[in-house]
Design a protein around this ligand. Structure first.
Ligand SMILES: O=P(O)(O)OC[C@H]1O[C@@H](O)[C@@H](O)[C@@H](O)[C@@H]1O
Length: 560
């Protein structure tokens, strides 16, 4: 594929940015076009049988407060066409090896293919083959139901009520985020811990109040070689054996979620207690796989299945909708528009939803590990900027911390706001929900309309020297996502997949491989070398003076 900047649609967008993009004033665009909201809003409706709403849940994506005209959208669609976004999408869904640096298919969509259409990699239907998607799902269903009912017992015959998931990166962030987001649906008697950090504090705090008789460990690692996870898992195993005086039965208290059977059995977990998946599932896309077992245990398999089904609905939309109507494609194209033509460096995602408090952290990995790349498909460096820095926090909290910069800073920060129309906790007669919604609406409006010097003066009693400080430039773009009900498993699944395919669209336009992550390797290798040096005499070798100096100081202060 040609570099994006050599496409004619790219030059066309460059010119369009000069003539229209730089001059568009959103509040005027709304005044002159009463239909702007309708024109730029897209909707997906999730089927009734999986939704939190009995008639099915609408999810509205309002793109109208973005710096675009109808012509911009057409030109962005043209760019997607020239960049082969649809072709690449179809190749992904056809199981082709689009992860070209690792020679792998990118097939996490198969994990949520609840309509069970045949999906093949190398001619094999991954849904129904032995050890395939359906078989693992059935294993997850049986196991999660046994644990939840108490049929699966610990070594002293007690029900397992504490779940400790040991994993990092994609083997942690998805399960943490989703179990938090679906807490309303979670088993109230269960205590969940997610141990990821190599910092011993993480595992120590999780074990501190856990009872080995009632604790289930899920060792979650695609490769089963990740240093943090194997170290934490070994510490957990030693704790378990020590606390149970060697009588504890590993088979009843440890299961593995992995692709690597030989490492799993080497660790001491029976292959029968392993929930597998395939190398065509990238770590950051693995919550839909066996890595999601903690979710199934916590919210029950039926809800886990709805989560997959909501995701599948968004997959089908992405696969079938024409680009101009295609919600994730539009999201991705807007990101390209801001990154490459306005020089925006960031993407803010602010859920107006406390249950979604780990959603931005999850999206950070999804977006930045996928598109934090420089090299294009022909091996040459991109001549344009790629993955934005994604960040966020739930609102209204974020408003009281970093929103100052979003409103009045020098940077353009395209922002997404997410709200569910219905709260799971309509306390104080829905007062909280109404206040939450009023902030969701007010922030997007304020970012767009801003406040002129004249408006500041008209408020009266403002000393002239303060006027510029109180001016809001406005014209700051937002995408507002409104879930037309509560956020249940299906709604959450669809929201995640919106961001997955948005990220896909960006990467497809930028002509990079969104599916490898070589950038995490170098630090791992150096850490191994330094770990050895900590136990050796001296301050290591071959380091720069800063690294060597710090290593020496650490050893001296820490008594190593
Ligand atoms: O699931 P495992 O194999 O332990 O990997 C955990 C994480 O490791 C990181 O270095 C990245 O590669 C992530 O994509 C991955 O999710």
């Amino acid at each position: 594929m040609a570099p994006a900047s050599s496409l004619s649609a790219w030059s066309d967008l460059d010119a369009h940015h000069e003539s229209v993009g730089k001059t568009i004033v959103l509040k005027d665009a709304f005044k002159s076009d009463p239909k702007r909201f309708d024109k730029f809003t897209r909707k997906i409706t999730l089927p009734a049988d999986i939704s939190s709403e009995s008639k099915g849940t609408d999810i509205i994506f309002d793109f109208s407060k973005n710096l675009i005209t109808e012509e911009t959208l057409e030109k962005l669609v043209k760019l997607a066409e020239e960049a082969g976004v649809e072709k690449k999408r179809d190749a992904m869904f056809a199981g082709e090896k689009i992860n070209f640096t690792e020679g792998r298919a990118v097939y996490h969509a198969a994990l949520r293919n609840v309509s069970n259409q045949p999906m093949k990699v190398d001619g094999v239907d991954v849904m129904n083959t032995k050890g395939g998607v359906n078989e693992v799902l059935e294993h997850m269903r049986v196991f999660s139901e046994q644990v939840r009912s108490g049929e699966w017992k610990g070594y002293t015959g007690k029900k397992l009520t504490t779940i400790i998931n040991v994993g990092i990166g994609g083997s942690d962030l998805g399960p943490v985020m989703v179990t938090e987001a679906l807490k309303h649906y979670g088993a109230k008697y269960m205590t969940l811990h997610f141990v990821s950090n190599i910092d011993g504090t993480h595992i120590a705090e999780a074990l501190a109040n856990s009872d080995p008789e009632t604790t289930l460990f899920l060792i979650a690692s695609k490769t089963f070689t990740t240093a943090e996870t194997t170290t934490n898992a070994n510490t957990a195993k030693s704790w378990f054996l020590e606390k149970t005086g060697g009588k504890g039965d590993i088979a009843k208290h440890f299961v593995a979620l992995s692709t690597n059977e030989s490492e799993v059995t080497k660790f001491g977990i029976d292959a029968a207690n392993m929930f597998g998946f395939e190398s065509w599932v990238g770590g950051r896309y693995s919550v839909w796989s066996a890595i999601g077992l903690s979710v199934a245990l916590y919210v029950g398999f039926d809800n886990f299945h709805k989560f997959l089904a909501g995701a599948h609905a968004m997959d089908q939309h992405f696969q079938k909708a024409p680009l101009k109507e295609n919600i994730p494609a539009i999201g991705g194209l807007l990101s390209v528009w801001y990154s490459n033509f306005y020089g925006a460096q960031t993407h803010l995602v602010a859920p107006f939803d406390q249950y979604l408090h780990r959603f931005p952290a999850y999206l950070q990995q999804l977006s930045m590990e996928s598109n934090g790349k420089t090299i294009t498909s022909d091996g040459s460096p991109a001549k344009y900027t790629t993955g934005p820095i994604l960040f966020g926090e739930p609102c209204t909290n974020a408003q009281h911390s970093f929103f100052q910069l979003v409103h009045q800073g020098t940077k353009l920060i395209p922002s997404d706001f997410i709200l569910a129309a219905k709260s799971h906790n309509p306390v104080s007669d829905n007062l909280h929900q109404k206040m939450l919604a009023s902030n969701y609406l007010a922030q997007a409006e304020a970012l767009m309309v801003g406040k002129t010097a004249e408006e500041v003066r008209a408020e009266g009693n403002v000393p002239e020297e303060l006027v510029p400080h109180k001016v809001f430039m406005g014209n700051r773009p937002t995408t507002s996502i409104l879930v037309g009900g509560a956020i249940g498993p299906a709604e959450l699944g669809a929201l995640i997949v919106y961001y997955e395919h948005l990220t896909f669209t960006e990467g497809a336009v930028w002509d990079i491989n969104s599916f490898d992550q070589w950038g995490v390797e170098l630090g791992k290798v150096l850490a191994k070398k330094i770990l050895k040096e900590i136990d050796e005499e001296g301050a290591g070798s071959g380091h720069d003076s800063s690294t060597g100096g710090l290593l020496g100081a650490f050893k001296a202060y820490g008594g190593f």
